[in-house]
Design a protein around this ligand. Structure first.
Ligand SMILES: NC(=O)c1ccc[n+]([C@@H]2O[C@H](COP(=O)([O-])OP(=O)(O)OC[C@H]3O[C@@H](n4cnc5c(N)ncnc54)[C@H](O)[C@@H]3O)[C@@H](O)[C@H]2O)c1
Length: 330
C-alpha cells in the first residue's frame, strides 16, 4: 500500500531530518510549519522532491488545518496515513511561557490528533519530552517510562508548565489508542542536537560559535555542576521509523529516546575546545536558570526491546560532523 506521512513542525530539527529519512523509505509526505523557530533553509535539499508537499501553515489556525485536511482527503484517498506531530514551542527560554506552550503543544497536538482520527490515519506519533521527569530527571539505571514523576509545581517554577503540557499530550494519545480510535505512541526525547543546528541558544552551537570567535566562552552558573546526554537527530528520527515498522509497539505506550553517554557541561566545552585546537581556554559564568535539573539520565531499554532502534552516533562522531559543517560554512 502507498504510504503517506503527515508531519507538523517540518522545518524544525526533528521534522526536517525525519522528512529526509521517510523520503528515502518511499513515503510521500504532506508537511507544514509556520516558521516560528525555523526557516525553509533547513529543507533546502528536499523541498523540490516530487513526493513532498510542503505548506506554510500554523497548527493553531482552523483555516490552515481545514485546508490541510481537504488536501489530504482529495489527494491521498487510498493511502495508509501516519501522523507525526513535531510542531511545538520548544527551546528552553520558552519552557517558562505558559500561554505559548499550552496553545501549540497541547491544543495544537490535540486538534492534530483529532484530524488524524477523522482521516482514519493508521497511527499518530506524539513527540513528548524527557522534561516530564522534572524534579527527578535521573536515577542509577536511568529514569524509566513507568516511573512516577515528581513535578515541580507553579510555586517552584513556571518551567514545568512545558513539561505538564507535554505530559497531558501523552494522556490524550493513550486515551485515543485505548478507545481504538488510532494506534500510536509518545516519545520522550532527551537533549537532541543536530550537526547543522542554527539555534544559537542551544549549548553545542553556542560553544562552537563562541570558540570560533575567541578562546573564551560564557556559560550559565548551572554549567558548573550540570551533566547531560546528547542524542543526534539522525538517531532521534530513526526511532520514529523503527516504531512505524512495529505496529504492535504503537499501543499507546511512552518510549524514552536518548543515550547513556553522559558528560558534564565543562567537559563538553573542553572536548570541543580540544577538537578545535584551542589551548588557552577561558570559561566564564554568568546568570542562572531556575529549576534546571543537574542531571538528565533516561533509560531506553523499552524502545530497544520492542523495536530494532539503537543510537548509532557517539557524541564524538556527532561533534566531528558539526565542526566539519561549521568549517565548511565559514
Ligand atoms: N530538541 C530536543 O532536545 C527535544 C527534546 C525533547 C523533546 N523534543 C520534542 O521534539 C519535537 C520536535 O522538536 P525540535 O527539536 O524539532 O524543535 P524545533 O523547534 O526545531 O521544531 C519545532 C518546529 O515546530 C514549529 N512550530 C512551532 N509552532 C508552530 C505552529 N503554531 N504551527 C506550525 N509549526 C509550528 C517551529 O517553527 C519548528 O520548526 C517537539 O515536540 C519537542 O517538544 C525535542
Amino acid at each position: 500500500m502507498n504510504k503517506l506521512a503527515v508531519i507538523s513542525g517540518f522545518t524544525g530539527m526533528t521534522g526536517s531530518e525525519l522528512g529526509k529519512q521517510l523520503l528515502k523509505d518511499d513515503y510521500k509526505i504532506v508537511a507544514f510549519d509556520n516558521f516560528f523557530a525555523s526557516s525553509i533553509e533547513s529543507i533546502k535539499d528536499i523541498k523540490s522532491n516530487k513526493n513532498l508537499y510542503f505548506f506554510e501553515y500554523d497548527i493553531n489556525s482552523l483555516k490552515d488545518m481545514s485546508l490541510l485536511k481537504e488536501f489530504i482527503n482529495n489527494k491521498f484517498e487510498s493511502f495508509e496515513i501516519e501522523f507525526i506531530n513535531c510542531a511545538a514551542v520548544v527551546h528552553t527560554k520558552h519552557f517558562y511561557e505558559v500561554d505559548d506552550t499550552f496553545t501549540t503543544n497541547v491544543l495544537g497536538m490535540k486538534s492534530f490528533l483529532d484530524m488524524a482520527i477523522s482521516l482514519n490515519a493508521k497511527s499518530y506519533i506524539n513527540c513528548s519530552t524527557s522534561e516530564v521527569y522534572s524534579m527527578e530527571s535521573w536515577s542509577e539505571d536511568g529514569m524509566k517510562e513507568e516511573d512516577a514523576v515528581v513535578l515541580a509545581t507553579a510555586e517552584n517554577s513556571q518551567r514545568t508548565s512545558y513539561a505538564t503540557g507535554k505530559l497531558l499530550t501523552e494522556f490524550f494519545l493513550r486515551d485515543a489508542v485505548i478507545k481504538n480510535k488510532i494506534k500510536g505512541c509518545s516519545l520522550r526525547f532527551a537533549n537532541v542536537y543536530s550537526s547543522d543546528e542554527l539555534y544559537p541558544d542551544h549549548i553545542i552551537p553556542h560553544i562552537i560559535s563562541s570558540l570560533q570567535k575567541s578562546n573564551k566562552i560564557t556559560l550559565l552558573n548551572n554549567s558548573k555542576v550540570n551533566k547531560r546526554t546528547f542524542l543526534h537527530n539522525i538517531d532521534s528520527c530513526s526511532s520514529i521509523l523503527c516504531l512505524l515498522k512495529e505496529y504492535e509497539a504503537l499501543d499507546g505506550s511512552v518510549y524514552n529516546v536518548g543515550t547513556k553517554e553522559e558528560i558534564s557541561m565543562i567537559d563538553l566545552v573542553k572536548k570541543i575546545a580540544h577538537k578545535m585546537n584551542i589551548k588557552d581556554l577561558e570559561i566564564n559564568y554568568e546568570g542562572f536558570r531556575e529549576n534546571d535539573p543537574i542531571r538528565r539520565l533516561i533509560n531506553c531499554d523499552k524502545i530497544k526491546k520492542r523495536t530494532s532502534w539503537m543510537d548509532t552516533i557517539s557524541l564524538d562522531e556527532g561533534l566531528d560532523i558539526s565542526l566539519k559543517i561549521k568549517n565548511k560554512n565559514e
